[in-house]
Design a binder for this molecule. Structure first.
Ligand code: DON
Length: 573
């Protein structure tokens, strides 16, 4: 695969090469070597481009397109590869959203969010005194919703060109023969070791006698066997038969409630994408059960009437305005958003310009707003996830965010099947007003009900300019996802940044409650001081999101960028 411009080679993971084990992905002009790979942070490609959290998955995605596949093929192969090489978030035990625009203009939204098991109930995480038992919604067997990823991949296959057997083969090879782990992955596995032991009932490939170190090979034989069943039997290889039996047996060895029928009945759903305009650009984003599309629409529309570009990037003036839009949007999230099949989410009103202008009517420049006085609008009408951005030669745009929720999910590995289950049930509002692991609060709209999908912040997004593909973007980060995507969009549209700067500049985040602004460590110290002087409470936090973006330049080149905050890497040709 020929990189047109490689601007930065950040790191190389390597081990003595065992040529016997090199992955059989040829046809892309090279073989993908799981024992020696490099992280490429940004590049320009003339035809097809991908960006995601792991270099091996990126190379596999590009290779599939080189072999004649399209962006949908790449998305399937990459999600399966990430399920092996990025176990903290890549998954088959979780769920996600895929948003796409085909080159003919057709929009596609696939919802494969996890669903609450049939035995789930509103108060299942409360003790007899009504107190929230957070450990139960966040770790172990009871924390899992019914996984959606495999159903999502087969729903995506309708738009792909290559046979599924071929798309899953690299993941099988990586699981069976192993791959070299990075320092970051070694640290992640080491710090999760005790939880894996506590919440899994059988030995797992993720726990090793001594500590993991960079350059070690991670082999996942049981996961390879599961993937082979999916290769042979299709979605039934996961939702029925041996794999389903192994999931249910694992549930029964712990306090899990997922049944064989829950698995058999799970389906991915098509959702109409949410669309709106911002400063002459057309934004396409994900509708409920994601809160993300509504949130970015609300935040962008709230700031649109202000000349943000002329305020300057991360000046006090632009940051304060953006924070106050964030505060108001997240107040609405807590009150009005949930699974649209169970709760009537007032989408139209929430993104209505008059409604949003009213929401900003009490905005006071130079003075901190307050989440005590700013509440959700009155409406009368009835840290682990991962993102993949792909653009193919024909102009098909695919943006996928999928997740186990927390890093390494519930930490329960399905015995005999080798994959980690999600802890997505924590994204429900387990009790009105009680914060979840991201501090998000909610109520009726997002209460637990059997079969319901928990509200998400994941927001795969696409931007069109002059009705033509312009940007593919998205990120992990729990509740910070919509604010990260919002800032990436403002950086590109208002501050004319390239893709790399747009995703890698420092970020800030306000989510209504708690009433504080979280900033990354490299956020400007002076701006921070001035915001504090206005009355804002500021707290520093670790990295916000890992955003992947592709932007099409006027000359047609795909400017492709991977986030600096992880092992994220681009590939293409
Ligand atoms: O769907 C959601 O909003 C969350 N489960 C996403 C979790 C996440 O992004 C964690 N990553 N850092």
């Amino acid at each position: 695969m020929r990189k047109i411009v490689i601007l930065l080679l950040a790191a190389v993971c390597t081990q003595s090469v065992n040529s016997q084990s090199v992955l059989s992905i040829v046809g892309a002009g090279k073989t993908v070597d799981p024992y020696k790979y490099s992280i490429v942070k940004k590049a320009e490609f003339s035809k097809a481009a991908v960006s995601c959290a792991h270099p091996l998955a990126s190379e596999i995605g590009a290779a599939m397109m080189k072999k004649g596949g399209n962006a949908f093929d790449a998305s399937i192969a990459m999600q399966l590869a990430l399920a092996v090489v990025y176990p903290g978030a890549g998954n088959i035990g979780g769920g996600g959203f895929l948003l796409a625009r085909k080159s003919n203009g057709e929009l596609i939204g696939i919802d494969y969010r996890e669903a609450a098991p049939s035995k789930a109930s509103r108060d299942m995480y409360l003790d007899k005194n009504g107190n929230v038992q957070m450990a139960l919604s966040q770790t172990g067997h009871l924390a899992s919703g019914i996984p959606g990823t495999i159903a999502g991949l087969f729903a995506t296959l309708d738009y792909a060109k290559l046979p599924f057997k071929q798309l899953i083969q690299p993941a099988i090879d990586l699981a069976e023969k192993g791959f070299v782990i990075s320092e970051r992955e070694a640290a992640g596995l080491n710090s999760t070791r005790e939880s894996f032991i506590k919440y899994s009932t059988r030995p797992t490939a993720f726990v090793k006698e001594n500590k993991w170190k960079a350059g070690d090979t991670l082999v996942q034989k049981e996961l390879a066997a599961t993937l082979k069943r999916v290769q042979k039997e299709g979605a039934k290889g996961f939702y029925e038969g041996e794999t389903a039996k192994l999931i249910v047996e694992e549930m029964q060895r712990g306090n899990g409630i997922i049944t064989l029928d829950d698995l058999k009945d799970y389906t991915a759903k098509l959702r109409s994408p949410l669309e709106f305009d911002y400063r002459g650009h057309h934004i396409i984003s994900f509708a409920p059960p994601s809160s993300g599309g509504i949130l970015i629409a609300q935040m962008l529309k709230m700031i649109e009437k202000y000349p943000v570009g002329s305020y300057g990037f991360q000046t006090v003036k632009s940051v304060q305005l953006m924070i106050e839009a964030e505060r108001r949007a997240y107040a609405d999230r807590a009150e009005h958003m949930g699974d649209p099949d169970f709760y009537n989410v007032p989408v139209k009103t929430l993104i209505d310009e008059t409604y949003l202008a009213k929401r900003m009517s009490d905005y006071t420049p130079d003075k901190a707003g307050s989440s005590t006085s700013v509440k959700a609008g009155i409406i009368k009408e009835s840290e682990e996830t991962t993102h993949i951005s792909i653009l193919d030669e024909d102009g098909n745009m695919v943006s996928v965010t999928y997740t186990l929720n927390g890093g390494y999910g519930s930490r329960t590995v399905v015995g005999g099947a080798g994959f980690i289950m999600n802890n997505e049930m924590d994204d429900f509002s387990v009790k009105p007003g009680a914060p979840n692991m991201y501090g998000a609060v909610g109520g009726e709209a997002n209460c637990i009900q059997p079969g319901k999908r928990m509200l998400s912040s994941m927001v795969p997004t696409l931007i069109l300019k002059n009705n033509k593909p312009y940007v593919v973007v998205g990120t992990p980060g729990g509740t910070t996802i919509p604010t990260s995507v919002y800032q990436a969009i403002v950086n590109i549209i208002d501050f004319s940044m390239n893709a790399d700067d747009a995703i890698n500049k420092p970020k800030f985040h306000h989510q209504w409650l708690p009433d504080e602004v979280m900033v990354e460590k490299d956020f400007d110290a002076d701006v921070k001081k001035q915001l504090q002087a206005m009355g804002y409470k500021i707290s520093e936090r670790a990295a916000i999101g890992r955003t992947e973006a592709i932007r099409i330049l006027p000359n047609g080149k795909r400017e492709t960028a991977a986030d600096k905050r992880g092992d994220d890497s681009v590939a293409g040709f």
